[in-house]
Design a protein around this ligand. Structure first.
Ligand SMILES: C[S@@+](CC[C@H](N)C(=O)[O-])C[C@H]1O[C@@H](n2cnc3c(N)ncnc32)[C@H](O)[C@@H]1O
Length: 315
């Protein structure tokens, strides 16, 4: 199956089922990437648990494994602890039912447990733990594709861009997903409380969970272009995506109740969990698919919240 005809939403629901809003966002990432080629050698900076890149590459897992298979401290979710940063050597292992079309030469992240999960997928030839705000563990002039969807999590992203440029071959491409300056307009917490100071919407911090602070840069096309230019990079491809409607649905999603859903799902016997999961996916798909297909990049009043940029070394 070619990446153009792949049903990414269904595939992402298989790995993110209890967080359908994540499946939606990631499926739209892949739709935006449709015309973009990944060429070896390649690096994934901020690979996390690897499930995004694995699925984008056409990989498919048996339904017994998903994003929720290795979690810990579910009761600390409301203290903003990362419940996913946990891996058990003896826990459920992923069973690959369809191999990805390509492999990454390296996956980089600063969280060790996420890297262990990523490595278990067989997508990465190796993984390396590093803080992407500093020097990247990538050889000079080596990679034809450097992919990253985490630049906006970093404090020192100009350093990271310079590092990526250093590791890129002369004909290589850097592929980035980064926020548009409209992203915060579609956050209920930002719009109704942070911008107005209205105390009656303060409770929305329970929905936001510190996310808007973690997203460091929401910038326009022109602002990003200027940053890339300073890093010695030029834009060869750009797309805006993620509609207001999708981002507002994502803003709430099942996130607030997810620790309870995960706990209940993980208490179930394996076969029962798998059976409910597969039925859940089929019933939810018609409910969420329109958010993905009804993207409205022409809605001038509400420009999309994200950018996809493909960059190369400026001459
Ligand atoms: C939203 S997740 C994306 C993960 C993966 N690329 C995906 O699409 O699922 C952000 C990732 O960035 C990583 N990250 C955040 N700050 C980082 C840093 N300073 N250095 C390296 N990785 C970082 C986190 O550990 C996390 O895995």
């Amino acid at each position: 199956m070619s990446e153009h005809s792949r049903d990414y939403l269904r595939q992402f629901m298989k790995v993110f089922w209890l967080r359908p809003e994540t499946a939606l966002w990631r499926a739209c990432d892949c739709m935006a990437l449709n015309d973009v080629q990944f060429l070896s050698p390649m690096a994934d900076v901020g690979c996390g648990d690897g499930l995004f890149s694995f699925t984008r590459a056409g990989g498919e897992l048996d339904a017994s494994y998903d994003m929720f298979s290795h979690v810990a401290g579910l009761d600390t979710f409301f203290d903003k602890v990362d419940i996913y940063n946990h891996f058990e050597e003896s826990g459920i292992a992923p069973i690959v039912v369809r191999k990805p079309d390509y492999q990454f030469d390296i996956g980089v992240d600063h969280k060790e447990a996420l890297l262990q999960k990523a490595f278990s997928l067989g997508l990465y030839k190796k993984v390396a733990q590093a803080d992407a705000n500093k020097s990247l563990p990538l050889e000079d002039n080596t990679y034809r594709t450097i992919f990253s969807n985490i630049l906006y999590w970093l404090d020192d992203f100009p350093v990271t861009l310079t590092e990526m440029r250093r590791a890129l071959t002369d004909d290589g491409k850097i592929i980035l997903h980064v926020p548009n300056n409209t992203l915060r307009d579609y956050s209920f917490y930002q719009r109704l409380h942070v911008r107005t100071g209205d105390p009656k919407w303060e409770w929305l911090h329970l929905i936001d969970r510190g996310r808007s602070d973690n997203i460091r840069q929401c910038l326009s096309y022109e602002e990003w272009s200027e940053i890339f230019k300073k890093a010695g990079l030029r834009i060869v491809h750009h797309r805006n995506y993620l509609s207001k409607l999708l981002l507002e649905a994502w803003d709430i999603g099942l996130r607030p109740i997810s620790p309870f859903l995960i706990e209940m799902a993980n208490e179930m016997a394996a076969e029962r969990r798998k059976d409910i999961k597969l039925r859940w996916i089929e019933e939810l798909l018609p409910l969420i698919r329109p958010f993905c297909t009804l993207q409205s990049p022409d809605d001038a009043a509400h420009p999309p919240g994200f950018h996809l940029f493909v960059l190369e070394k400026a001459p």
